[in-house]
Ligand binder design. Sequence first.
Ligand code: V47
Ligand code: SF4
Length: 365
Amino acid sequence: MQISFIDERLEDLYLKVLKNSRLSREDGIIIYETHDLIGLGRIANHVRKALHGNRAFYIYNEHLNYTNICKNRCRFCAYAKDKGQEGAYVFSIEEIEKRLMTHMDEPVKELHIVGGLNEDLKFDYYIDLLKTIRRIRPHATIKAFTCVEIDYLSTLAGLSLEETIKRLKEAGLAMMPGGGAEVLNKRIQEELFPRKIGHERWLEIVKAVHKAGIKTNATMLYGHIETLEERVDHLISLREVQDETGGFSAFIPLAFHSENTELSHLPPTTAVDDLKNVAAARLMLDNFEHIKAYWVMIGESLAQVALSFGADDLDGTIMEERITHTAGAKSAKGLTRNQMEDLILTAGFDPVERDSFYNPVNGLA
Ligand code: V47
Ligand code: SF4
């Protein structure tokens, strides 16, 4: 397909993509620098269409955040609280059971479970949490805990990384979400999340998880203090892990929301930057099958547009999102299956309801 570009640097980049050549760090920087957004979108859409045709995925899922008490207190996080602070909470296993039982009529295919590092909880709590959810929802996939939680649990249990992962897997852990990496960079870690695990430990854990046969997602939190180069280096680090393990399922760019955080002076991300991050992910992560446009963070309307900029998945129904809404997200807290399908259809794509592993459900596709 012939494309004429306003930014002629995109011509070389497109030729590389047509030849299936891997894009370099310099190419990544051009992707972020260019003002030829439409040209960039067309290249990313070419790759997206080659992989997924006209299909756009979504999942019937539910988020469950078991506690917001967290000892790390990252500077970008509005969600975390100290013990005893107003709004701090922890759900007991009984409360979680009660919550899940209120809507057993909903065909939830995945439970997405993450929480803060709460020093009052013992390792048994996490095992009970997984076992309880597996008992109540035996047909749903449990996608739980970030590498940050895995690191914490290994210390809490006094077990090796491998043994910790094994015990969690036996209790029902089937997949892991992509949070916690933020930007894989020492400068940013020291400035924004000094108490949380850094670059090297995150990579070590994600590789161990993949080696144990558990797929994970990957994310990048953008729109705070990171440079364009640091974004590209983050994507390249993930691409290298994927070459080694093949354990990543989807990549999700996460747009920073600053309300109620120590960085509340920072403006929201722009639509242009949100779309560039989706396109950059699709083009740089040539070994990732799926790129998600997370509607919670970029809004429902822009998530629709992102489907033409490299994304093939809108994530899910969610039911009750807490993390980004505490930081000022204006999107809905959850969507219905019909709303998800309408978003996809009116963007010109064919909706495919999927399970956690991208198998179509309901016989579609
Ligand atoms: O780890 C925290 C980020 C993540 C803010 O894997 C913030 O399918 C924006 O990882 N503004 C949690 N982001 C969300 C996450 C996720 C979401 C959807 C799907 C998947 C998946 C994973 O949210 C955290 C952190 O990186 N975060 N605070 C904030 N103020
Ligand atoms: Fe805790 Fe995660 Fe928030 Fe950091 S981002 S303070 S680790 S809940």
